[in-house]
Design a protein around this ligand. Sequence first.
Ligand code: 3PY
Ligand code: MG
Length: 253
Amino acid sequence: MQPSGLKDRLMRGDTVANAWLTIPSAFAAEAVAHAGVDSVTVDMQHAPIDVATMVTMLQAVTAAPAVPLVRVGSHDPAAAMQVLDAGAMGVICPLIDTPEQAAAFVRACRYPPEGGRSWGPTRAKFAHGGYDRTVANDEILTFAMIETPSGLENLGTIAQTAGLDGLFVGPVDLSLNLTGQPVVDLDSGPLMGALEQVIEACTTHGLIPGVFASNGQEAARMHAIGFRFVTVGADAAHMTRGLSAATKELKAN
Ligand code: 3PY
Ligand code: MG
C-alpha cells in the first residue's frame, strides 16, 4: 500500500490546502484536483452525492496529484468504513459532540487491534497499490468536526481520543450555534474565541488543526491564527464566484 504522504506532511507541521467537492461529477472532481490543492474532500453530508458517484469522484482525484478524502454524512460506523473501502485516505466526521462519539468514529477507521474496522478494501486495494492493515491504520487521517456548543465544551476530552489525528472546525455551523446566524464573522462576535480554543486544544494534544474556509482570503486568515489543514473553498461556490465576476467585468465595459 502506497502512503499518501499527507498525514506525514501534516504531522511535520506543513500547511495543506484542501478543496471541497459538492458537485456530483467525476469531471468536476478531476478539474478541482488539478488546481494545485494538496487534498480534495468529497462532501457526503450536504452535497447530493450518492455512493456510486462518490467512487467515480475518488477515482478522478486519485488520478491527479491530490489526496482523496471524504466527509461522511453520519456517525454510522458503516459510513466511514464504506468510504475508506472505496479509497478515501481520510475521513472527516461532522457534529462530534462527545468523546464517546469521537472514539466510535476513530474505531470505525482503524483495523483491529487498534479499532473495529472490518476488512474489505474492495476498491482501495486497487487505488493504493494493495492495502495493508498497519499502513492503513498509520496513514488514514481522522478528523472530528467541532461545530456545536457541546463539541466546544468537550474539546479537552474529544482531543484526547486515541487514534484521532485532528480537529476540523465547521465555522458555519459553529456560528449558527453561537450567534443564531450561519455567517462566518472573524472580526466580531464569539467565533474567533472558539477558533482559538480549538487551536489550543490541538497544540496541547498534538492534533492537526483543521478548518473549513469558503475562499482564499478566509483561508489565509484561518492559517494566520494557526490552522494548517485548511479548506480553500467548495467547487460550486468558486464556480459561481468566478462566473459572476467575469459577467460583471463584461457588463462594466
Ligand atoms: C460548517 O462550516 O459547518 C461545515 O460543516 C463546513 O462544510
Ligand atoms: Mg457543518
